[in-house]
Design a protein around this ligand. Structure first.
Ligand SMILES: Cc1cc2nc3c(=O)[nH]c(=O)nc-3n(C[C@H](O)[C@H](O)[C@H](O)COP(=O)(O)O)c2cc1C
Length: 334
C-alpha cells in the first residue's frame, strides 16, 4: 500500500509534523482526550469551544476549556462568539495565559451558539465574519485559524468567499467541515467545496467531515489535494485511529492496535479523566466515553450495563479492571 500523501505543515512558528488533527468537540476533546489522541500520533488537537463571554469563564466547566499550560503538545484554544471586540479580548486573554494558536469557530451548528449568531451562523453574515476575523488577528501575535463549514445552506456555498476573506486578513489555516450549516450532521459530507477552497488558497487547508479510515482519507486527499485531515467522531472510543494514520503516512506496516493495547488505552483514559475532573465529576463523563469504546466490543451491551451501574469513580475503575481480568477478549475481532 502506498504512503498516505501528507507532509508536515507550518503554522506560524510551529511545525505540525503529523497533519492528522483531532477536531474540536465540546464535551469530548478535553485535555485527557487530547493527550490520549496525541499519544497515538495526532499531530494537532483542538480544545473544546470556549465562549467569548468572559463573565462565564469562572465556572469549573469553562475553566477546563481554557488554555491548559500543562498540555504536552501545541496549546490550541477554540473561541466562539458573535462580537468582534469580545472575541478579540477572549483571544488576547487566552494568548496571555499561554495559548499558542487561537481557532475561531464558524463551524458549530449548536443552537445555543447560533441563537446569538455565532459558530456557523456567521457564514450568513460575511461582513460580521470579516470584522470578527480582523479583530482577532489584530489582537494577538500567535497564529489564528478558522474552522468553518461550506456555507449557510447547500444552495449558498459561500465557503470559498469566506476562505478568501480569511486568508487576506491573515488567518493561518482553514479547517473545513464538508457540510453546510443547514445540513447539521445529516447526509454525507461533500468535498467539492473543500477542493475549490484548496485550489484558491496559499495557506494550509484541512478537510473534515465523515473521514473514518485511512482509505477514506486517501480518497478525500485525491479529490481535494488538502494539506491535512481532521478527525472527529471517528476518534470517539477509538483514539488509536491516529496510530493507523501515522503508520500510513510513514509508509510502515499497518499499526497493530491489538486487544491488549485497547484495554490499556481505556484504563489510561479513565485514570486521566479521574485526575483531571476529580472523583465526583468524572462519573458521567466516563460513562459517555465507555459507551463509545463499547461499540467495538464483543459483549459491549453487557459491559456498558455493568459499567453504568457504578456510581463512584473508584467503582468504575474496579469494574473495568475486573471485567478485563475475566475477559481479555472483549475486543474479540482484533
Ligand atoms: C460531540 C461533538 C461536539 C462538537 N463540538 C464542536 C466544537 O466545540 N467546535 C467545533 O468547531 N466543532 C464541533 N463539532 C464538529 C466537529 O469538530 C466536526 O467538524 C464534525 O464532527 C465533523 O467531523 P467528523 O465527521 O469527523 O465527526 C462537534 C462535533 C461533535 C460530534
Amino acid at each position: 500500500m502506498s504512503r498516505l500523501p501528507l507532509r508536515a505543515l507550518s503554522l506560524g512558528p510551529h511545525r505540525v509534523a503529523m497533519p492528522v488533527l483531532l477536531a474540536p468537540m465540546a464535551g469530548v476533546s478535553d485535555l485527557p482526550f487530547r493527550e490520549l489522541c496525541r499519544s497515538y500520533g495526532a499531530g494537532y488537537a483542538v480544545g473544546e469551544m470556549l465562549s467569548c463571554h468572559q463573565e462565564l469563564w469562572s465556572t469549573q466547566k469553562s475553566r477546563q476549556r481554557h488554555v491548559q499550560t500543562q498540555e504536552q503538545g501545541l496549546r490550541i484554544v477554540q473561541i466562539v462568539g458573535h462580537d468582534p471586540d469580545m472575541m478579540a479580548a477572549a483571544a488576547q486573554a487566552q494568548a496571555a495565559q499561554g495559548a499558542e494558536v487561537i481557532d475561531i469557530n464558524m463551524g458549530c451548528p449548536a443552537k445555543k451558539v447560533c441563537n446569538r449568531l455565532a459558530g456557523s451562523a456567521l457564514m450568513q453574515d460575511l461582513p460580521l465574519a470579516r470584522r470578527i476575523l480582523t479583530a482577532v488577528v489584530a489582537a494577538v501575535t500567535i497564529p489564528v485559524t478558522l474552522k468553518m463549514r461550506t456555507g449557510p445552506t447547500p444552495e449558498q456555498r459561500n465557503g470559498p468567499e469566506l476562505a478568501r476573506i480569511a486568508e487576506d486578513i491573515g488567518i493561518a489555516m482553514l479547517c473545513i467541515h464538508g457540510r453546510s450549516r443547514a445540513d447539521r450532521f445529516l447526509g454525507a459530507a461533500e468535498y467539492d467545496t473543500i477542493a475549490a477552497i484548496k485550489q484558491q488558497s496559499r495557506i494550509p487547508v484541512i478537510a473534515n467531515g465523515d473521514i473514518d479510515s485511512v482509505d477514506k482519507a486517501r480518497r478525500v486527499l485525491a479529490h481535494t489535494g488538502v494539506d491535512g485531515i481532521m478527525l472527529g467522531r471517528a476518534a470517539l472510543g477509538r483514539p488509536w485511529i491516529f496510530a493507523e494514520f501515522t503508520a500510513a503516512i510513514n509508509g510502515g506496516a499497518p499499526a497493530q492496535i491489538d486487544k491488549h493495547e485497547r484495554i490499556r488505552c481505556m484504563l489510561r483514559h479513565l485514570q486521566a479523566m479521574q485526575r483531571y475532573y476529580g472523583e465526583e465529576a468524572v462519573v458521567r463523563l466516563a460513562r459517555k466515553h465507555v459507551t463509545w469504546y463499547a461499540r467495538d466490543m464483543r459483549s459491549g451491551a453487557e459491559f456498558c450495563k455493568g459499567f453504568h451501574a457504578q456510581t463512584q469513580a473508584v467503582e468504575q475503575a474496579a469494574y473495568l479492571s475486573s471485567f478485563f481480568a475475566r475477559d481479555q477478549d472483549v475486543f474479540a475481532t482484533v
